[in-house]
Write a protein that binds this ligand. Sequence first.
Ligand code: OSB
Ligand code: MG
Length: 356
Amino acid sequence: MRPFRTSFAETSEKVCILARVETGEAHGWGECVADVEPHYSEEWNDGVWAVIRDFLAPAMFAAGDVEASDLASVFAFVRGHPMAKATLENALLDAELRAAGRSLAERLGAVRERVECGVSVGIAPSTESLLEQVGGYLAEGYRRIKLKIEPGTDVERVRAVREANPDILLSVDANAAYRLADVETFRALDAFDLLMIEQPLHHEDLWEHALLQKEIRTDVCLDESIRSAADARAAIELGACRIVNVKQGRVGGVLEAKRVHDVADELGVPVWCGGMLEMGIGRATNLALAALPNFRLPGDTSATNRYFAEDLTEPLVLASDGTLPVPSEPGIGVEPDPRRLESATRRVERLLEDGA
Ligand code: OSB
Ligand code: MG
């Protein structure tokens, strides 16, 4: 994949876990959003693999005739591990919807057939290269540019992009690289009419985000800090953010993501769909979610070619108006090509129900 640098790591290869759940009536797919190392969150691929194999899958089998909507309570005995839980829940839900001939978008309550897309631009080697990348994405039609920032180059880079593009929707994402003592940097960023500043401070610190939000004009958006609908309610009520980034994998699956959407809606806070550099299975899942009514800002739901030369599923192609279609076929509406899947697979484990 195209290399992507954040304040915590650089990714240049996509290595992820795919769950295929077979129910007898249908099969379904879930793409795990964890990465090889635990930087963005505590979860990582080998950990997810073990949690699914040793705890979640056995609990799902032991629970007998379960539906995806039962899994949150079936899995509650395992604390945390939302990305692992999301992988199985999304896969079972996909299988149920395929069996019922119903799309995920319809099941979640989608209100639109296309969603507006933004793009997240990684930390560039230079300001010139950043400006060139941003120009390219704008020419493709992307409706919002998000810049990854880190201390040292932040204000200079944001100023350069804003001066070159006075009218675009522009936001920044710090991935928790700052401290409250950096408030002067955020005051300086207030000058650039940013749509939001995403996750400026520590992922476990709602209180300091609330203090920061009082000191700056730009809306704070939380990503890493929001792991459930309860977190979203707490963060909003505390004044820790005025916008919420929803990533279904981070909150334990699309069903909890819908509850995050609903809580924010009830409290008058807009949400938007984040991304974890997903391949087509995860990307199609995100597009269904992004079609819900309170997803009011363009998401990090970029086209396949922004990340990958080739995907396992058919590419999702950006229209010149910066939108992607919401899949309308049953379930998530996409299917990996068997040959490409086989050649990309490094490890397989089949988990069977007792007696199967
Ligand atoms: O913080 O939103 C983030 C990618 C990997 C991990 C965390 C983040 C991101 C992105 C890119 O910003 C989102 C995407 O394009 O999928
Ligand atoms: Mg983020």
